[in-house]
Structures are given as structure tokens and as C-alpha cells.
Design a protein around this ligand. Sequence first.
Ligand code: XBP
Ligand code: MG
Length: 279
Amino acid sequence: MNTPVGQSPVAAGAGPAPEPPALAALIFDVDGTLADNERDGHRVAFNRAFAAAGLDWEWSPALYGELLAVAGGKERLHHYLQHYRPAAEQPPDPASFVAALHATKTAEYARLVQSGSLPLRPGVARLIREARAAGLRLAVATTTTEGNVTGLLDQALGPGASGWFDVIAAGDVVPAKKPAPDIYHYCLAALGLPAAACLAVEDSSQGLRSALAAGLPTLVTVNDYTRGQIFSGALLVVSDLGEPGRPMQVLAGAMTGAAPGWVDVALLRRLHRLAHWQR
Ligand code: XBP
Ligand code: MG
């Protein structure tokens, strides 16, 4: 039975369907979703940290794309040490070595954010402002370090904008990083909302699996590092959030017929209702 997007199956004669909970909150991933910041942001910061430490390590865009399979900068450094560096280069205390390197990297990343060289992706600022105006709560669920999030939001949306987000669930506040659902469970608990009242926005298969495992309907906006990944279970997969006059491309998912040119609150509400009936 093909129910048009946002229509109740009742209208299509499928029998009574419980009313879906109203959409109450949007939960945004950060890296790759709010900003396309992995290749020219985090990767550059890692390389500057290696140089500052006197290491001849250089993560090319291609190598970094492989390393992104490991969520978390510290975890990614441990993985690189173990799988890409010879035994002779292994530090006596890997945890301290990685912690120090990652602290330098985070400082370098903050400088990149403050330089304004990592803008928000198309449609992100517009959707965040629309969602606020519509009374939706905003939250973040990310693997990255919390300071990276507040810095990006305050730089891109204006001083204090990170305060628009009721919850910023980031990095090491949970034991297991994406694709584990921990960070989304933590975010939902802090919001005091059920997954059914929320919608997640992600960029990667790893992030989608984390959100779905926490029961969240999820929209995916791809980027160059994630375009070829598998997004089974996503409500919709789009090129970006689009802007009036700069339409997004719908790459997969629930839209049939004429898709709007950009993701707005009305579309998210329709997708959220559809997700409820598809459960
Ligand atoms: C993506 C990540 C992060 C960043 C690096 O996070 O995996 O680890 O690549 O940031 P998101 P840190 O969940 O927002 O996509 O070095 O601070 O971990
Ligand atoms: Mg991401």
C-alpha cells in the first residue's frame, strides 16, 4: 500500500493508527552534518599537531577517509598507531601520548574554527533558526569534543548561539562512541524526551546506525566522505538541507512525487509522522 508522505494510513483504509507523538526536538550530529569540516578541519588540525610534536606523520584526504571509520579523534589516533606505524614507533605510554597529541589537535582545530574557515553547510543555519521559531527544542549528539561544538556554533551562528541547544551530548560523556547508540541515549535522557518525539540529522552510516539503534527517525545529509555509504533505514537521504533557490537533491528515501527543494520544519514534521506509521 503506497501511503503518500505525511498521510495517515487511516485515510488509506488501513484501520485505526495511533496518533504519532508531535515532533518536539531535532538532534543534530556535528561533523559532516552541521559543517563539512572533516577534510579541511579536523584532518588539518591532526596534521598540524603531528608537526608540532615533531612527527613525520601526514594524513592525506584519502587516508583520513579510511581512518574516519573509527569514530573519535583519540580512538582514531590509537588505531593509526596500532595499524599504520611500526613497532619501533610505539610510545611507552600510548594513552598519555595520544592524549597529549589530541589536546594539541583540539587547540589547532579551535583556531581553524575561530578563523571562520569552517562554515555551516547549506540550509543548516536556516533550519536551526526555523526550528527555534517553530518552538522545536534543539540538541546535539556528537562524537567530537564539546568545545569543538560550542566553538563552531558560536562562531557560525553568533555569540551565545550554542545556548539555543538544550543539550550538547559530546565526546567522552559516554563509554562507547558511534555507531553505538550511547550518545543518543544520553541526549534523549538529558532532553527528557522519548525517541519517538525526536528526529536526528546525520551524515554517515556510522551516525545513522547509532541514531537508529536509539530508536530515532533519521534524515541523512551526505558529504564527499559519506556519499557512497549504506543508509538503510534513513527516512530520507539528501545531498544537503538545501536553500530556497538552491535545491537539494533527494538521493533515497520516503519522498515520492514532487520533493520540496529544501528541508524545512514542515517537511521534517511530515517525515516524522511517516516514520511513526512505518514502525
Ligand atoms: C565525528 C568524529 C569526531 C571528529 C574528530 O564526529 O568521529 O571524532 O572526527 O573530533 P560526529 P575529535 O559524531 O560529529 O560526526 O577529535 O574531537 O574526536
Ligand atoms: Mg558526523
